[in-house]
Design a protein around this ligand. Structure first.
Ligand code: NAD
Ligand code: UDP
Length: 341
């Protein structure tokens, strides 16, 4: 990133969220001006509190479904606005859908007006409950359009459609990243996603909740790796007329994840089973060949390293009041020590 965009302005919608606040920090380090626009629904002002001390970050509390404030100008528009946690995006499903469709359109209009490059945070959820494994960008997915996850999945699919229509019409240079499960410090312990839940439960020695039989899989990417991929896509010198998967191909099931969290925290937590939510995808793993070839990108942080950093952050976070840990892990967690593919 560094010099290419130094001195330019990036508008980050959803910039007070988990990924957004990391991204704002990174852009500021790259000497950009940042406008963080967020309605603070699933994000938090504390995430960007330190960044707001400097003059280079402006925060605007605003909902992207509403007409954007006048006189905004940006050289880059980055759209991360949307709750990513299933319980949170299902709280107000109509608003989630509108955030993705109306909100994305508002931001694309702004980018068109300013001549800005546009980056869309799409998702592996566009593949739904995939029957092709691992998932390549050419796979069109298996989404239930009427189920409880559809507000997010179909909203994100529609947002991708808008991006590629603006691109084909020559209005905006759009880039679409299909982000797979990402985790790290600054995830709200209460946001309901699996790593937030398991780590916060373990730090309090509470039972670890595994939904269903726990054999469903996900592939977790550490947030710093994801940022490298997003920024590489953003600075790519040519048009990118197709989506790009960004994720860590190391795949794990939820029972093994629970085990890893228990080992790494030294918690005395038991595992409890909870019902599997409707339409919960059975398995998910990105094929990142395209990102490797196009961007020279691949994730570097192994799951155990990323989990340790997340645990360290969460145990010091004001959200959690940890109980004493056992002195040493019971046994090593070999599977997750595997390096990223
Ligand atoms: P997050 O919920 O922490 O952040 C989303 C941010 O968007 C929050 O700050 C929230 O307040 C804001 N927001 C939501 N609706 C808004 C609206 N209508 N107007 C303005 N702001 C709004 O989630 P995250 O994990 O940081 O995800 C960021 C983006 O990346 C999301 O678009 C998500 O769909 C996408 N993504 C994330 C993951 C992941 O695993 N974290 C995976 C795939 C895609
Ligand atoms: N999950 C779980 N325990 C939890 C929360 C989630 O076993 O406390 C499971 C969930 O059913 C899913 C996986 O973990 O199979 C990932 O869930 P998350 O909500 O983090 O992300 P997504 O389903 O959107 O990939």
């Amino acid at each position: 990133m560094t010099t290419q965009f130094a001195g330019k302005t990036a508008l980050v919608a959803g910039g007070a969220g988990f990924i957004g606040s990391h991204l704002c920090a990174r852009l500021l380090r790259d000497r950009m001006r940042v406008i963080c626009l967020d309605n603070l629904s699933s994000g938090a002002a504390e995430n960007i509190q330190d960044l707001r001390q400097g003059p280079a970050l402006e925060f605007i509390q605003h909902d992207v479904t509403e007409t954007l404030p006048r006189n905004l100008h940006a050289d880059l528009v980055i759209n991360l606005a949307c709750p990513a946690s299933p319980p949170l995006y299902q709280l107000d499903p109509v608003h989630t859908m509108m955030t993705n469709v109306v909100g994305t359109n508002h931001l694309l209009e702004l980018a068109a007006k300013c001549g800005a490059r546009f980056l869309q945070a799409s998702t592996s959820e566009v593949y739904g409950d995939p029957v092709v494994h691992p998932q390549t960008e050419s796979y069109h997915g298996n989404v239930n359009p009427t189920g409880p996850r559809a507000c997010y999945d179909e909203g994100k699919r529609a947002a991708e459609t808008l991006c590629f229509d603006y691109l084909r019409q020559g209005k905006v240079d759009t880039r679409v990243a299909r982000i797979f499960n990402t985790y790290g410090p600054l995830m709200r312990p209460t946001d309901g996603r699996v790593i937030s839940n398991m780590v916060s439960q373990a730090l309090r020695n509470r039972p670890i909740t595994v939904y269903g039989d726990g054999t469903q899989t996900r592939s977790f990417c550490y947030v710093d790796d994801l940022l490298d991929g997003l920024l590489a896509l953003l600075r790519h010198p040519e048009r990118v007329p197709h989506p790009v998967n960004l994720g860590n191909p190391f795949e794990t099931n939820m029972l093994d994840l629970a085990d890893a969290v228990i080992q790494l925290t030294g918690a005395a937590s038991a595992i409890v089973r909870m019902p599997l939510p409707k339409d919960d995808p059975r398995r998910r793993r990105p094929d990142i060949s395209l990102a490797r070839e196009l961007l020279g990108w691949k994730p570097k942080v192994p799951l155990t390293t990323g989990l340790r950093r997340t645990i360290d952050w969460m145990s010091g976070s004001s959200w959690i009041k940890p109980r004493p840990r056992r002195s040493a892990p019971r046994r090593p967690f070999a599977a997750a020590e595997l390096a990223a593919d």
